[in-house]
Design a protein around this ligand. Structure first.
Ligand SMILES: Cc1cc2nc3c(=O)[nH]c(=O)nc-3n(C[C@H](O)[C@H](O)[C@H](O)COP(=O)(O)O)c2cc1C
Length: 143
């Protein structure tokens, strides 16, 4: 692939306001736009959302990922965008997804998700592997 495969993993704080239905509508809109744009650019990845946080993996050609990430960082629907990991990679973690929606569990495990992301903001350099594992595990469970 021209320029090689590049990945960014980040977390951010959810600034979307309103009731659950408005939040869900906004997330559907983000996923709709992401899937349309990303598939045109050979970008794949996964997006986790809960009431407080986002976590997202973007993977694809480096120039396309960098351009998209600049755009995402300016999006007012979130803030405190914190990179947990980035760099070249040999393979994709989410090859079949223009943007997978990782469901957060509604039961007691939701506390574990919030704790993991709280930890990620405090220790970004140490948390990349844990957050990636979380995204992969929840995606498989949510299938
Ligand atoms: C948490 C989050 C994740 C996003 N992920 C993507 C993405 O993967 N791809 C994308 O094109 N836009 C994504 N967006 C939306 C972009 O910030 C931006 O609104 C959109 O790309 C604009 O698309 P347009 O240029 O086609 O209007 C995301 C936004 C947020 C808040």
């Amino acid at each position: 692939m021209n320029g090689g495969l590049f990945k960014i993993l980040y977390c951010s704080r959810n600034y979307i306001e309103g009731e659950q239905a408005q939040q869900d509508a906004e997330i559907s809109q983000i996923l709709h736009t992401a899937r349309a744009n990303n598939s045109r650019q050979s970008i794949t990845g996964a997006l986790l959302f809960n009431s407080g946080f986002f976590a997202q993996v973007l993977e694809g050609p480096r120039p396309a990922i960098e351009k998209l990430f600049e755009k995402i960082q300016c999006d007012p629907r979130h803030g405190d965008v914190t990179v947990l990991d980035s760099g070249n990679a040999a393979t994709r973690d989410f090859p079949e997804w223009a943007m997978a929606h990782v469901q957060t569990p509604s039961d007691v495990h939701a506390c574990g998700v919030t704790a993991a992301l709280d930890q990620a903001f405090l220790n970004p350099g140490e948390s990349g592997r844990d957050v990636l594992t979380l995204l992969r595990t929840l995606l498989v469970q949510g299938d």
